[in-house]
Design a protein around this ligand. Sequence first.
Ligand code: OAD
Length: 246
Amino acid sequence: MENLIRKAAADLKAAKKVVALTGAGISVDSGIPPFRGKGGVWEKIDPDYAHIDKFMEDPADVWNVLIKDMKILIDKAKPNDGHKGLATLEQMGILEAVITQNVDGLHQMAGNTDVIEFHGSFAWQRCMICQKRIETAKVDISEIPPRCQCEGILRPEVVFFGEMIPHEALFRSRRLAANCDIMLVVGTSAVVHPAATMPMIAKQSRAKVIEINPERTPLTGSISDYLIRGKAGDVMNDIIAQLQDS
Ligand code: OAD
């Protein structure tokens, strides 16, 4: 582990263009559960609740079962050492951009200035009738589903299963993946595509792929050059300390 930290710090220092791809695991220590694995959302809730067809069929049910709790957790979440470490890497001039599958806004709160929200953002709700946008923090959830002044139902500006990835996010992410020389893959199970394709594009373009995750993923041992096993916050703290020492 210590060896891998030293290796990662040296690789990052030598790289010209570093991009991070993050997933739910980086926000676990901020109190937001992951989707898969132990304590994951899909242990308790059918993943169909994240499908756009389910939302269109019964928005009140999806608000009650999934979105309401997301709002409660995200409203109070603060960046942890994993997010802060990536912000420090940007301040050190090492990290160019973060591609995140997360919708919680914690990378921006930590200080990263170029964050591609691959699966949209939970910061805003949009009226399904008049398209007016309302900040999620200001939405009253005492009545479900919450509605706009025009009575239209509000939906989060996130990408549900069955919806397209925002074009700009997809195109920029592909370009960044194809042009980086290191991709740091932090806290993602790497099973949801096209996000999980980004490390493959990076690898194909001869980048080094470094994973940070307590568990192995489908990328481990094939697409990724090495896996640093551990929590995002702990590993990022060690890498930053090593970079500052060297
Ligand atoms: P997952 O929940 O699938 O995976 C979380 C990953 O984080 C797992 O590989 C864990 O081992 C790892 N992990 C857990 N705790 C960690 C910690 N403290 N530090 C670092 N890693 C940790 O989350 P995603 O890969 O982000 O999409 O899931 C991808 C997409 O599936 C989500 O964006 C969402 C979901 O369905 C949509 O809703 C469209």
